[in-house]
Design a protein around this ligand. Structure first.
Ligand code: AMP
Length: 289
């Protein structure tokens, strides 16, 4: 963690300047030797107890808006004892702080567009620094990197161990985003959508039960301003355009684990743990949940 902050801070401006002016970013990617692509069924090497206890995981979650990155990243963060850092949350915190950036951010976020790399790196550096002062190590990043430029800068700053790419069909993603609610008091996420998407166009049937709030949260639910159908479609369009080169980058490094979500949390969580060789942690999770 400290190394990441050290590397991010002094090098950030020059890395960013260099990457913004670079026209040869694809050359970096093509220099990397293609390696094995990991998927739901092709498993990672076993995680030893030493490694599991080391809290030095540096993982990244990729996936379309609404796929559930936050849910699974936050569960893994609890399980592994490493912080879950979601750049979307950092942006929303900045928005609600009514600080100098908030007005500028509001317009961008509410249109479903990406905020500048400079703002994202500043928010991320601040978050990493605050974590370091609390003794945090390792991280599970969610919503970052989002572009090839961000990927390359992160790669120069630190070594990512594993990238988990969560996948779900688009009609389900839209329904999930529209059903998403957040408790304005405790910040927990829920979902009111009851999804029953029939098998079609080669996609399997997907059933997802709603994730309903407990009674103390149900009167305090709010909808994210960018979870309207128009904005969700725009976010999906931008995500798809930007994410392909990011996925290719990590695929060529042999770090990408593709994970097709088989359904809601009850079906997907045990399968994800299994794919990560963390299934022996399932009992620990059930006890802690
Ligand atoms: P999310 O919660 O990940 O969907 O992020 C919400 C919004 O925050 C996005 O639509 C972007 O406007 C902004 N955002 C989050 N992460 C990034 C990033 N890595 N790069 C640029 N903008 C981001």
């Amino acid at each position: 963690m400290a190394a990441l902050i050290r590397l991010f801070k002094p090098q950030f401006s020059s890395l960013l300047r260099r990457s913004l002016s670079s026209t040869t970013t694809t050359a970096t990617v093509s220099e990397i030797q293609p390696q094995r692509q990991r998927s739901n069924s092709s498993i990672l090497p076993p995680l030893t107890d030493d490694l599991k206890g080391s809290k030095n995981f540096q993982w990244v979650f990729l996936g379309c808006p609404g796929v559930g990155k936050g849910t699974y990243a936050s569960r893994l963060s609890t399980l592994l004892g490493v912080p879950h850092i979601a750049t979307g949350d950092l942006v929303r915190e900045e928005l609600s702080s009514s600080g100098p950036l908030s007005h500028q951010l509001e317009e961008i976020v509410n249109q479903g567009k990406l905020v500048s790399d400079e703002i994202i790196f500043n928010l991320l550096s601040k978050r990493l620094e605050a974590g370091e002062s609390k003794g945090e190590s390792g991280f599970i990043l969610d919503g970052f990197p989002r572009t090839l430029r961000q990927t390359e800068i992160l790669d120069e700053a630190t070594e990512i161990d594993l990238v988990i790419n969560l996948k779900l069909r688009e009609d389900v993603l839209i329904e999930k985003c529209l059903g998403r609610r957040i408790c304005s008091e405790c910040g927990k996420s829920f979902n009111l959508a009851s999804i029953n998407a029939k098998a079609e166009n080669g996609y399997p049937e997907i059933t997802m039960a709603p994730l309903l709030p407990p009674s103390q949260c149900s009167s305090k639910l709010i909808t994210r301003a960018d979870d309207t159908e128009l904005v969700v479609r725009e976010r999906l369009r931008i995500y798809k355009k930007q994410s392909e080169p990011v996925e290719d980058y990590y695929r060529k490094q042999g770090k990408l684990m593709e994970f097709d979500l088989p359904g809601g949390i009850p079906e997907s969580w045990p399968k994800l743990l299994e794919a990560l060789n963390l299934d022996d942690y399932g009992d620990k999770w059930s006890a802690a949940a």
